[in-house]
Design a protein around this ligand. Structure first.
Ligand code: NGS
Length: 286
């Protein structure tokens, strides 16, 4: 990967900031859950750069988004989300790149560690990302009012998927950081990212909330119709029986391990048509 973005930024310095207002009405997005073919995706998004990057030509967004999708064995859901996101984000005039990080080992899924690894790898090629959207692959925005950006106030992270179909659109609990979360790079680095110690479903997001609170950040929930998200179905994922104990144990030492101590091996990285792909093994030492 060449780090071309310093040159990009110099070119962009003359452009005015982007101001885009979205229609105040709730515009329902059509969620088509049939799989698009590669050919269809190419036709739909000829203007998206290889690696899943787009930015407006005529203005300079202040936020440069990395959208991070951690996953394993959900290749059937990914094209549905990709079609949906690119369709939504271009009219919002976002500067963004989509990253997909696959856990390529046989250990239980470790979402926090996978995101730590993916974010570190992404920052090697897109040095100037300043807002991270942590995005589950099965969670799709339902309206055009889902604005993809970090909270303007740097004390807050933003829970974007407040009302999820899988919870019958009941408001997420205070401090919920799963689903789709917008967190500034500065916040993520300040809290030392996620814990690497949650193997199996659950807990890593509550631990992240504790890390945020411990550094005096708060999680705001998106309460507008933009906070409605559709959930794709999937088989039950095995939960980590120790998750609550680990959350409790960490309260004594919240930032001791995390982004600065994540160990992993990158098995594959490539710019694909609509996203940048990293395949990583999270268990080099296990
Ligand atoms: C909590 C989990 C979180 C999880 C959240 C929502 O209980 O990791 O439920 O779950 N915390 C622990 O297990 C300690 S959901 O509605 O998405 O199934 O994200």
């Amino acid at each position: 990967f060449a780090t071309t973005h310093i040159a990009d930024r110099q070119q962009n310095e003359d452009k005015p900031p982007c101001f885009k207002s979205v229609s105040p009405g709730r515009i329902k997005l059509v969620i088509n859950t049939t799989l698009p073919t590669d050919q269809e995706l190419n036709q739909l998004f000829p203007h998206i750069q290889m690696g899943g990057h787009w930015q407006p030509d005529h203005c300079q967004p202040r936020q440069r988004l990395g959208i991070f999708i951690p996953m394993r064995k959900r290749w059937h859901q990914l094209p549905i989300l990709l079609r949906h996101l690119h369709k939504l984000l271009v009219p919002q005039w976002r500067h963004y790149t989509i990253f997909v990080i696959e856990q390529a080992d046989e250990e239980p899924f470790n979402r926090g560690k996978l995101l730590n690894a993916g974010i570190l790898e992404a920052l090697k090629i897109h040095l100037d990302l300043n807002c991270f959207i942590l995005h589950d692959v099965d969670t799709l925005p339902e309206t055009s009012l889902a604005i993809y950006k970090c909270h303007e106030d740097c004390r807050f992270a933003l829970q974007m998927s407040t009302y999820q179909k899988k919870r019958n659109y009941k408001k997420a609990y205070k401090g919920y950081t799963g689903g789709v979360l917008a967190i500034r790079r500065s916040q993520f680095e300040d809290i030392n990212g996620f814990s690497n110690e949650f193997w199996g479903w659950g807990g890593e997001d509550d631990d992240l909330a504790n890390r945020l609170n411990n550094k005096s950040y708060q999680v705001k929930r998106e309460l507008s119709p933009g906070g409605y998200f559709y959930s794709l179905d999937h088989p039950l994922v095995p939960a980590n029986p120790q998750r609550e104990d680990i959350v409790e144990k960490h309260k004594g030492n919240l930032h001791g391990e995390g982004l600065d101590s994540v160990d992993y091996v990158v098995l594959n990285n490539e710019r694909r048509r609509l996203y940048t792909f990293f395949s990583v093994s999270l268990s080099p030492g296990r």
